[in-house]
Write a new protein. Sequence first.
Length: 317
Amino acid sequence: MIYTILKQIIRIAPWLYFKEIRVRNAALVLLFIAFSIAGNSQNFIDLGNLNYNISPIKTNGVANTSKYGVNLQLPVVLKNNDAIITGFGISFTEIKKADMDYYQRVQNITLPLGFKRNINEQLSVLILALNQINSGSENVSSKYYQPGLLTMFTLKKSETLEYKIGAFYKQEFSGPFAIPMLGVNWQVNDKIQIYGVLPLSANIMVKPGNKIGYGFSFRGSMSSYGITAGGENIYVQESNNELYLFLDYYVTNKIVVQTGTGYQVGNNYKYYASDEKVDFSLGPIRIGDERKINSEVKADGLIVKLSLIYRYSIANK
């Protein structure tokens, strides 16, 4: 699995590199998703993330799923603490259903490019273009390109509290998709932090010392992938919500091993003909949705997560 990811990175983006840089409150995309999309809220930035998630135990015809990928975040800070935001992400999702001898593998490639502007000491704005290719792993091409645009304002109320408001737009295979976003970053005390951007993410983190952190996270996502089946062009629409507990172990002050376990709910994959569209989607609300579902695979159940993270603290930078 890791070999496959590294091979894809070498083939697609040999120019990517890592270096430590000073960043102050730079807003970034969470997971470069397959969606999950939100601004950076916490007082650290995960510059690199190698992750693997599996949902292994399923009954009553529910599918097993596994997800793995790499995310790199590369902000370039300018003299006045404005920042150019770049990066690279690639992820794979495998869906298996033993009782139907069913297997599907899809992938997401993301190349973000944006600019974070400090309007004044209290207010900043991020404008980020998300260039994505969402396809089956066997037919990656520009045919499956999905453009997206994120705008996020951050209002700093105090040294321990920030509010966020923004919106995200993307051209999905099902039609135009938009979602409003509200977020917060609250350093409750020197050990507890609450941060996230709803409806995409929410987190409570407790860090009692230098080596250990733990907490609770929610992740919501909605994506679509263009694939070919039986010689016909179709797309699969993925919806998922994850609720899980996590534990961070700091190998060094920048290298973190994160484990997590919880439950994914509303996790389903619906297959449509390529000409089945909606007029407009506002989050989960779909206007003019008269599509006919070719098939559906459900995948609710236990989820286990493992990540290796390169984490850079921006506290007091």
